[in-house]
Design a protein around this ligand. Structure first.
Ligand code: OGA
Ligand code: MN
Length: 307
């Protein structure tokens, strides 16, 4: 059997590498799969240029890395009509209606943290792109954790964060039915802040801009800590920025990264991406019961009660 000549070219120090020499529409040789898995753990975000995958091809490639998320957290109209495993990220207007994903990913996040089982990873295929702009950035959350002062690392150790789907930036601009679906399917969810990567055994911290607070802290205390941790995690030295080319397939490890989709492009030009999400290996979340009152003391007690 002919061996592929895989080349792995790092794009950045924090994350990102290009993987050349593969046609992902074909089944992978076991040796090539092992090379990709090792490169994924090392570089966190892999870019496979020049691919032309059908929905079936993308699903088959993604299954090499785990089960696919059943996408029950998503509004059905945002999924591929024939393949529920694919979420269609599109800014196209179809029969006068804006797509339910026209502004997805516009604040720093890790996928599906508003569910009980945040995604293990994602595989995103660029189908259409604007002439300029619309880049995506990823932050290396290992480096973010490892560069914190040990006293702060200690503070995070037992901390739990409340992830809230309503904090998706621009959610209010989507159609009312998509907003209603997203809220109804995804009540606020509590996850531990510290994560241990099951394969690399390195620690990182999971916060991001879709966290509304920490269990057992006031809103004000939470706000300052959230901002500090997010600012730190997204410092330029921890971030890899990808400028998309048509046909790119990008695969990231959600267990140690966060990302953001930049809205800096002409919105009259189409930007279309197909995403497969790898199902999280562990259900780390539990629902947060929203306090039934706006009385501050009662709210503080209610928050403390779930800690
Ligand atoms: C995603 C996402 C990034 C992008 O697919 O999870 O956040 O650039 N998209 O579209
Ligand atoms: Mn995302």
């Amino acid at each position: 059997m002919e061996m592929s000549q895989i080349e792995i070219i790092p794009f950045g120090f924090a994350a990102g590498a290009e993987v050349r020499g593969l046609d992902l529409s074909k089944p992978l040789e076991p040796a090539d799969l092992a090379t990709i898995k090792a490169a994924w753990l090392k570089h966190l975000v892999l870019v496979f240029p020049d691919q032309d995958l059908s929905a079936e091809d993308q699903i088959a490639f993604s299954r090499n890395f785990g089960e696919l998320d059943p996408q029950e957290s998503q509004a059905p109209e945002t999924l591929h009509p024939d393949h529920r495993e694919i979420l269609v990220l599109s800014n196209k207007v179809e029969s006068g209606k804006k797509s339910g994903t026209h502004n997805s990913g516009r604040n720093w996040h890790t996928d599906l943290t508003y569910t009980s089982r945040p995604a293990k990873g994602a595989i995103l295929h660029c189908k259409e792109k604007p002439s300029v702009g619309g880049d995506t950035m990823w932050a290396n959350l290992y480096l973010a954790y490892e560069t914190l002062n040990p006293n702060i690392q200690q503070l995070l150790e037992e901390l739990e964060a409340i992830h809230d789907v309503t904090l998706i930036r621009g959610l209010e601009q989507r159609s009312p039915d998509v907003i209603a679906e997203m809220k109804q399917r995804n009540p606020p969810m509590i996850h531990p802040v510290i994560r241990l990567h099951p394969e690399t055994k390195r620690k990182s911290y999971l916060v991001g801009e879709r966290v509304r607070g920490f269990v057992g802290m006031s809103d004000e205390e939470s706000r300052h800590l959230i901002n500090m941790l997010n600012e730190h995690a997204t410092k330029p030295e921890f971030v890899f920025r990808h400028r998309w080319r048509l046909g790119d397939v990008v695969m990231w490890d959600n267990r140690c990264t966060s990302h953001v989709a930049l809205g800096d492009f002409d919105q009259t030009q189409p930007r279309v991406m197909f995403r497969c999400s790898l199902e999280g290996e562990e259900e780390t979340g539990r629902p947060f019961e929203r306090p039934q009152t706006d009385d501050r003391a009662a709210m503080a007690q209610a928050v403390a009660a779930v800690s």
